[in-house]
Design a protein around this ligand. Sequence first.
Ligand code: IMP
Length: 174
Amino acid sequence: MEIEKCKVLIDEGAIARRVTELAEEISAAYEGKKLLLVCVLKGAVIFASDLMRRLKIPVEIDFIAVSSYGTDTVSSGVVRILKDLDSSIKDKDVLIVEDIVDTGLTLKYLCKNLLSRQPHSLKVVTLLDKPARRLVEYVPDYCGFEIPDHFVIGYGLDFNEDYRQLPGVCIYNP
Ligand code: IMP
């Protein structure tokens, strides 16, 4: 697929505006606190770095990698940790930063896993949400955009590790 031909679903400008709004909302909600962002590798890297730079509260960041799709666009339903956090989250205010909620399996698992480590609080911000494809009940605390049932790429999201560098979110249509 040629990058120039992909159909843009959410352009760079709309993402930037929404990330600023989310940062303001999150900064207000955590005023007077220090926030630990848990960025879910690799898809949320660009969103987390843009969001982090717009937050007006003290913030630290850590990274976790979980298995999701292999080489297909269909969820395997199997979730496991490929790279764990570097430090303890006990008694910290933790915000998981995710690129997209699809079936909900990843976040359901991740929240259960991180809650067992006794953070002071645990919430989730996702850039995108595809509620039509949920297999388990899951509602993110903060969401950038609800999108219809398309496989999307760009702004960190990949297909087989490609297209993460696209500035906007595009519909994958080979
Ligand atoms: P879930 O467990 O089905 O909610 O899937 C979450 C993960 O699947 C995300 O963090 C993405 O890595 C991946 N994923 C789900 N939908 C898409 C998509 O449309 N494009 C790229 N990756 C996706």
